[in-house]
Design a protein around this ligand. Sequence first.
Ligand code: G6Q
Length: 556
Amino acid sequence: MTSSDLSTIPRPGVAPGPLHRSVCAQLRAHQAAVAGVHMRELFAADPRRFERFSLQVGDLLLDYSKNRITEETMALLVRLAEEADVAGWRDRMFGGEKINTTENRAVLHVALRNRSNAPVMVDGEDVMPRVNAVIDRMGVFAEKVRSGEWRGYSGKRITDVVNIGIGGSDLGPQMVYQALKPYRHPHLKVHFISNVDGAHVKEALEALDPGTTLFVVSSKTFTTQETMTNANHARAWFLAQSQAVEHVARHFVAVSANREAVAAFGIDPAGMFEMWDWVGGRYSLWSAIGLSIVLAVGAERFVELLAGAHAMDTHFRTAPLAQNMPVILALLGVWYNNFFGAESHAILPYDHYLRSLPAYLEQADMESNGKSVDRDGHAVDYATGQIIWGATGINGQHAFYQLLHQGTRLIPADFIVSVTPHTELQAHHDILIANFLAQTEALMRGRTLEETRAQTGQASPFKVFDGNHPSNAILLQQITPHTLGMLLALYEHKIFVQGVIWNLDSYDQWGVELGKQLASRILPELHAPAPVGGHDASTNALINYYRRMSQRHPKM
Ligand code: G6Q
């Protein structure tokens, strides 16, 4: 039995989900017909396959011709998108409707980069004036820091910014900071502290001078345990040298939706940059959570990033589904996930500056669509979010690509490449590009036994490659704030479309709650005077082992 069969078996009490539409039966039949077809044959039969299955939007080119698809596949998949009302849900999202139903919230990261300034209404109010006011304040503040006008308590210029945040308040800004390295201020470094492991904050602060360091405490809720623990430590570290609480305002600013908690922490409300409940954490780099990006690259570049995302938003809103880049990526993902039983999807940037993109997309995708209860509260009987993973492609070639080429699993992959490098080392770049091209070609074509014999002189089964492994190639002209904005919005909307097809609320994340609750119960037990017995045998034993052993080997 294949996993595509699984989606046809109704579980008792499970409402028939979107994968029970009649178009899905057609897709299953079609899959059975094309499963045995090799992409080599498809390319051989159609010299125009690239033109047919590629799409350019601004400075982004998507080649999706190396997929196990025909025109019929795409037509059926587009019908699936139509029947799932992707266009309707998209318009409801852009229109400020509360499509995050389990949290009763609108989903408006798109308003944060709405460079057209067309009104976006939430609860009867146009949010654009407030959005623009915060962007302006971020720019003014960042310019003061970047120019040296904003000084530390002892009169010294700020040389280091430390973003303290976790999850969505860390991964996005960190990834963009890395990606836009060529655009950074030359004398202002940004550091990111997320892990509550004391080693992270300790190591980061060791190299810093409190008099020249600015902390950005980034937390939408301002209650996140890891962030508040690190922020409190940073504050104590700062006060140990500055000796006066009135200096805190020059060295600590906050990004949050929780004004009271920011004030209670001791940050001047004038130093708070606002965000709103309609911005989800993993979609928040476009909001004030991007303050560390603005500090690094300046307001103008940040606005270019927003404009790039807006360009992709506009394409997503206006292009027909069959020529809509996020829709196409989403449908290809659904094709492999629900009709071929693929369990994972690899993100393979061929660009040093995009090396954190896989980690960023792991959160964006898996926290959004890693769900087994649909929007209506019913258990689903079909596969939803794929396992997203990856690393820089060129390094992966010398590591895990073996499994992509000759393993037993079908792993669709996105290869992300920039045409123009940021260094003058063109020879390096050519090698990089040649490898990207070779890998996608090898994955698609493979090498038959006959070819192996002809090329190596041996008919060795170990040297045969089956091929027929699908991949997308996404080419950016160059990594600029604008193209990066487009790329990130492309993936955000891909995730959205898949969520619609799987009938999920992609914007909640209840799955992260239980562990948090249990951790707060366990924390005081770690140093309880008597052995702990209120959990299962494993957890009890581990807590008690930790209690004994941490006393026996106190920290150095
Ligand atoms: C993202 C999640 C999560 C969140 C962090 C940090 O969508 O909600 O990763 O961003 O838990 O939350 P705070 O910003 O509230 O500290």
